[in-house]
Design a protein around this ligand. Structure first.
Ligand code: SF4
Length: 708
């Protein structure tokens, strides 16, 4: 009943990259209910997470006091540990003691072993301001570039390919442009589950005449709206896309004028795909040659066409190659730079775009400016004043060496080179591949500081846990998959001694000797605008007035560019570059002992490692237990009925969980969400990395299934 609400506070959904605007209806310092607002990405719509996933911040296990590990309690995940009653392993502390211990342990390690002995994980749950401050602390306080976040597990390979080929890692057009497209390819994504409100616009586009081509090993709800569905053998993506390119080149369906004017390297691409005919790859792809030809013709012949992709493309050891192929398709056909055309990697988390832009990446400073570039470093040293001291003794304030990425940091801990970490909002004890390895690394850290809402699986390894702020408890900006910068406003007070994340990072920075004195996130944002051209003309005050502005925004008051690169690409030559790719097998192909493909991801009701949504009552009631999705054929083969339990085994471990019938699953494949600690599928996943994006192969591990 809206009449009983005392206050309405406008904000943004904290979950997926769609970035739906919403209104919290608040009474007595509690959210009564949530309504969708007329934001540019949602037009009043919300999915089940945005509508019902708001009460996690008031869960009984919410941290309200800093915690310090008790003397003698060994580090590690303890089966009997109760996150709601953590005082058996930790004791409460006041902020001064907790911060002194947290920063003291890290500064000691820096003094004894040098700056590169420390690392930090920020998070795509961070606002832009928190991400900026966190990477600034690591670079100027810790003194290295060892800072990364979950983009490394998400779209790092897509960004690597986009930067290489078109000079920019962000989308070239918003998902709303699907409404202007004649043809849309959805590949390696499942928007009805992972970007539900974007899916509603795709369905609207389909009803309006846009022809959808779905290219994916799994069937999905969007299939009902598709003109054409190509279900291919897992791991055969590059072969399939190259065969489409072969058709486009062989049948001269490419856009010669566009290629001449806007690209370079087409001859190399032509040579690379010359022999990869649909007929030669059909068997390996599991798709008839005619279907490949038809899809290629349909995409190439469209006046306006777009490609959307997700983690099914990026989370492979050949993830960068997958994305290179998709970019080649768009460039060959001239499908960028106009309304209804474009390349759009659907961003996973609500601020993975913004956190990446703000610099939570080890090889680049904010706005993707390379750490190795002396001029770039000099400009940030000037902006940040007394920036600290570098690790290499060169006298530079900022370290010129790129830092380590997420999985590399875990390896470096085992190797003894990384000894201390500060983790903000990330949960690598659930999200990293090969969790036995990752948890072993966390346990062997000499000092670990975790800043979070709960005693997460990762926090169970911490020496000090700092109680953070949940999204409805803070002001801040976030940037969605469409490059729309949006403002979230504080709706609730912080419980107990929990503090805003920006305040905690600042207190840590002060204990590293940094002279920070921010009073509100808007002051941080003002500093960001001085170092990030992408935020030009998008002032905080404007966001307060308008709620959202798309970057790049070319003039004061202009709406921002929904479609980019109509004239030139942001590369040295102004042209985009074709980057051919050759098919490679998965790192761990199926064999006689492990004959089934294991793929992991998300489900509609739960979010990533489940730290928030499994504490949201409605969402947890809807999906309370770990499930493995299997085809009818696979269930019959195993002699398992839906609801019975199966064991999944890989070379790295085994989990047992409930089997669910999913008609979209092909035989020979199982899909498991990674949010369930009681059946943590990342115990099984393969940590092998894509060599460019350094992203693990979450979408393909060889496994064996058995009735439990
Ligand atoms: Fe939130 Fe994404 Fe759902 Fe929108 S579609 S309500 S942003 S989870």
């Amino acid at each position: 009943n809206s009449d009983s609400a005392e206050r309405k506070v406008d904000s943004v959904c904290p979950y997926c990259g769609v970035g739906c605007q919403l209104t919290y209806h608040v009474k007595d310092d509690a959210i009564l209910y949530v309504e969708g607002r007329d934001g540019p990405a949602n037009q009043g719509r919300l999915c089940v997470k945005g509508r019902f996933g708001f009460d996690y911040g008031r869960h009984p296990s919410r941290l309200t006091r800093p915690l310090v590990r008790r003397e003698g309690v060994p580090k590690g995940m303890d089966e009997g540990f109760d996150p709601a009653r953590p005082l058996t392993h930790f004791r409460e502390a006041d902020w001064d003691e907790a911060l002194t211990l947290a920063a003291g342990g890290l500064t000691r390690l820096k003094a004894d072993h040098g700056p590169r002995a420390l690392a930090g994980f920020g998070s795509a749950k961070c606002s832009n301001e928190e991400a900026w401050l966190f990477q600034k602390l690591v670079r100027t306080g810790f003194g290295s570039n060892n800072v990364d976040h979950c983009t490394r597990l998400c779209h790092a390979s897509s960004v690597a390919a986009l930067m290489e080929c078109i000079g920019s890692g962000a989308v070239t057009a918003s998902f709303m442009q699907a409404l202007n497209a004649d043809v849309v390819i959805l590949t390696g994504c499942n928007p009805a589950v992972n970007h539900p409100v974007a899916a509603t616009f795709f369905k609207q586009a389909a009803k309006g005449g846009t022809r959808f081509i779905i290219i994916d090993p799994r069937g999905q709800a969007m299939g009902a709206y598709a003109h054409r569905v190509l279900r291919f053998t897992p791991g055969a993506d590059v072969s399939l896309f190259n065969a489409m390119l072969n058709v486009i080149i062989d049948e001269q369906l490419f856009d010669e004028a566009y290629i001449r004017e806007h690209t370079e390297g087409f001859e190399r691409l032509k040579a690379s795909v010359r022999d990869q005919t649909p007929e030669s790859v059909a068997m390996a792809c599991g798709v008839p040659a005619d279907e490949i030809r038809a899809a290629a013709r349909e995409y190439a012949n469209a006046e306006r066409a777009m490609i959307f992709w997700g983690m099914g493309i990026s989370q492979h050891t050949h993830g960068t190659d997958n994305a290179r192929c998709l970019i080649s398709l768009a460039l060959a056909c001239g499908h960028t730079g106009r309304p209804g055309t474009g390349l759009h990697p659907l961003r996973g988390q609500n601020n993975v775009q913004g956190a990446s832009d703000a610099g939570l990446i080890p090889m680049v400073l904010p706005d993707y400016q390379p750490v190795s570039d002396a001029q770039v470093r000099a400009s940030f040293e000037e902006l940040w004043g007394n920036a600290g001291t570098s690790s290499d003794g060169s006298g530079d304030a900022l370290d010129p060496e790129p830092g380590l990425t997420v999985v590399e940091i875990m390896d470096a801990i085992h190797a003894g080179t990384i000894r201390g970490m500060y983790i903000l909002g990330e949960n690598p004890a659930m999200s990293d591949p090969d969790l036995t390895h990752a948890r072993g690394a966390l346990a062997s850290l000499e000092h670990l500081v975790v800043q979070d809402l709960f005693v997460t699986e990762t926090a169970q390894f911490a020496d000090v846990i700092l109680p953070a702020s949940s999204w409805p408890e803070k002001d801040g900006t976030v940037t969605n998959t469409n490059r729309q910068v949006q403002l979230g406003r504080q709706a609730l007070p912080l419980p107990g001694d929990a503090r805003p994340d920006w305040w905690i990072i600042q207190e840590m920075a002060r204990r590293f000797g940094l002279d920070w004195d921010y009073g509100h996130p808007r002051e941080v944002y003002a500093e960001m605008q001085k170092g990030m051209a992408s935020l030009n003309h998008i002032d905080w005050e404007r966001l307060e007035r308008e709620g959202a502005v798309t970057y790049p925004c070319l003039a004061e008051g202009a709406p921002g560019e929904d479609v980019v690169f109509s004239e030139a690409f942001p590369t040295a030559s102004g042209k985009a570059r074709f980057s051919p790719a050759l098919p490679l097998p998965p790192d761990e192909p199926i064999d006689r002992d492990y004959p089934t493909v294991l793929s992991t991801g998300r489900q509609l009701e739960h979010w990533h490692t489940g730290s928030m949504t499994r504490r949201a009552q409605v969402l947890d009631d809807l999906e309370p237990e770990a499930v493995a999705s299997l085809s009818a054929g696979e269930l019959t083969r195993l002699g398992v009925h839906p609801g019975e339990r199966v064991t999944i085994t890989t070379r790295r471990g085994a989990i047992t969980l409930v089997a669910r019938l999913d008609d979209g699953m092909p035989d020979g494949m199982v899909f498991v969400p990674f949010c369930y600690v009681e059946a943590a599928v990342n115990l099984l996943t393969n940590p092998a990395l894509d060599p460019y994006g350094k992203i693990p192969e979450f979408k393909y591990a060889a496994c064996r299934l058995s009735r439990a």
